[in-house]
Design a protein around this ligand. Structure first.
Ligand SMILES: [Zn+2]
Ligand SMILES: [Zn+2]
Length: 476
């Protein structure tokens, strides 16, 4: 875009090469989202102002083109494999000033207004959100920092180890809470940056923050937009589950538009790396992630550090269901809102105009994240009037020690007691069969209600229809 603008400006076709000014020159005076998205009836036909120029004059400009190239990649065992890589390359384009101007204004209208508007809107609404902090909210701005390459205090050793240097993954977070701003950094030897890893890191951070701010019920996450891991359906699934397990009752995830500049999380990563380098400079070896963490913990620091193990990342894999709802047009999404476990809603821009309630602005669309893998469709749950042998083999919820558990009725006694085999619970609406069968007799008053069969979400875990679970929970 910028190359084309520069070229047009050079040939004096347009009066400025500043893209923002150019887009503002074809919108209403106080542009709204409709103007910027080219949906405004008043300004959408408006054309760029040009000086008199020779439309047939030839010129050359550059354009970014995305291409797919095949590369050979050496695997760990020495064999080679061919992989496809997506590259963005700068390509020279020849044309006339007329074609250049046409191409430019088409792209300007199609993309630039939207882009500029998204940057401004997301920046303004998220800054306002951070400033308006209260006890009910935690606003968390997160990002992966560049990996820290583990180092040795002595030169000799570092040559000896060659390029076998291990790396440390750094995930950073800046939390805005009722009593101020906290910087956090989670370190791991696990090199994964995928949604399971993101949530293993976030789980640590959330547990820490929740302990300090028990009263916080809404979690607002802010992350980079272009990072596909943050935009994936797996991440959407996790955000519709984990925060609930940790005691939050509402989540928003907000994406910044590309090109917003450096975020506050960058500074946290840089500070941690500086501290680690200072330790190495004193002659102390930092051969792996665990040592980096332990040595940093010995230093005074305003950044809260926590360690995430490989196992903790793998554990998050186990939470993922086999099938997840795909959301079309993921790249245009700037906000995900979840107010029910397992459910999300999305929209093109973030909005907080009804906080702490969720507004419907920008066409908020609801999506159920986890799809049942199999099984007949379920009818809703119903309270049961009396206990009879017809209940044998059916699913129910029983109360044990004050908590609800799903299980299968095995037998019904003459005294209306029920023999029930129950599942164990992990997280809010997540159950599994324990290693040893849990079969005990329940008094009729401990039978809460009959329910449809829970649906599998992973190989080990099952969940109840979220609305039913919520109802049961509210009743308890
Ligand atoms: Zn307009
Ligand atoms: Zn709104």
């Amino acid at each position: 875009m910028q190359f084309m603008a520069n070229r047009l400006f050079y040939h004096k076709v347009i009066q400025t090469s500043k893209l923002t000014d150019l887009i503002l020159s074809i919108t209403c005076a106080s542009p709204t989202k409709e103007c910027m998205y080219r949906e405004c009836e008043k300004c959408k036909e408006r054309q760029l102002a040009t000086s008199a120029y020779d439309s047939a004059e030839g010129t050359v400009w550059f354009q970014w083109k995305s291409v797919v190239e095949e590369r050979e990649k050496k695997k760990q065992d020495g064999t080679k494999e061919t992989i496809k890589v997506h590259l963005t390359t700068k390509e020279k384009v020849h044309g006339t000033l007329k074609t250049l101007l046409e191409d430019f204004s088409t792209t300007l209208k199609a993309k630039m207004g939207r882009h500029v508007h998204n940057i401004c809107h997301q920046h303004a609404s998220l800054t306002a959100l951070k400033d308006k902090r209260n006890g009910q909210n935690i606003v968390l701005h997160i990002d992966f920092a560049e990996n820290y390459v583990c180092k040795y205090g002595e030169e000799v050793q570092s040559t000896f180890y060659g390029d076998s240097h291990k790396q440390t993954t750094l995930h950073t977070a800046v939390a805005h809470t009722a009593d101020g701003v906290v910087s956090l950094c989670t370190l791991s030897a696990c090199m994964r940056h995928d949604p399971a890893a993101i949530w293993a890191h976030l789980k640590k951070v959330l547990a820490y923050l929740k302990e300090k701010h028990m009263e916080a019920t809404t979690l607002h996450v802010i992350s980079d937009g272009p990072t596909t891991q943050y935009r994936s359906k797996k991440n959407f699934f996790f955000l519709s589950q984990i925060p609930y397990e940790m005691g939050f009752s509402r989540v928003t995830w907000n994406f910044l538009e590309a090109g917003h500049g450096k975020g506050p999380a960058d500074g946290v990563g840089a500070a941690v790396k500086r501290q680690a380098d200072a330790i190495v400079a004193k002659g102390i070896d930092l051969p792996n992630a665990k040592m980096v963490y332990e040595q940093l913990m010995n230093q005074p620091s305003s950044i809260k550090l926590m360690y995430v193990s490989e196992e903790e990342v793998q554990e998050m894999d186990g939470v993922l269901p086999d099938r997840l709802e795909t959301i079309k047009g993921t790249m245009a999404i700037h906000q995900i809102v979840s107010t029910e476990p397992g459910e999300i809603a999305w929209r093109v821009l973030s909005c907080f105009c009804q906080e702490p309630n969720t507004c419907q602005c920008y066409g908020l669309k609801k999506v159920q994240m986890s799809l049942p893998s199999s099984g007949p469709s379920t009818s809703g749950s119903q309270p049961i009037p009396n206990v009879h042998t017809g209940l044998v083999g059916r699913w129910c919820i029983v109360k044990y020690d004050g908590d609800p558990y799903p299980g299968i009725v095995i037998d019904v006694g003459s005294d209306s007691c029920l023999l029930v085999k129950t599942m164990s619970r992990v997280g809010i609406n997540r159950f599994f069969w324990p290693m040893r069968d849990d079969v005990i007799w329940y008094r009729p008053e401990d039978l809460i209600r009959m329910v449809p069969e829970p649906v599998p979400v992973t190989k080990r875990h099952m969940m109840l229809e979220p609305s039913i679970w919520k109802e049961i929970f509210n009743e308890m």
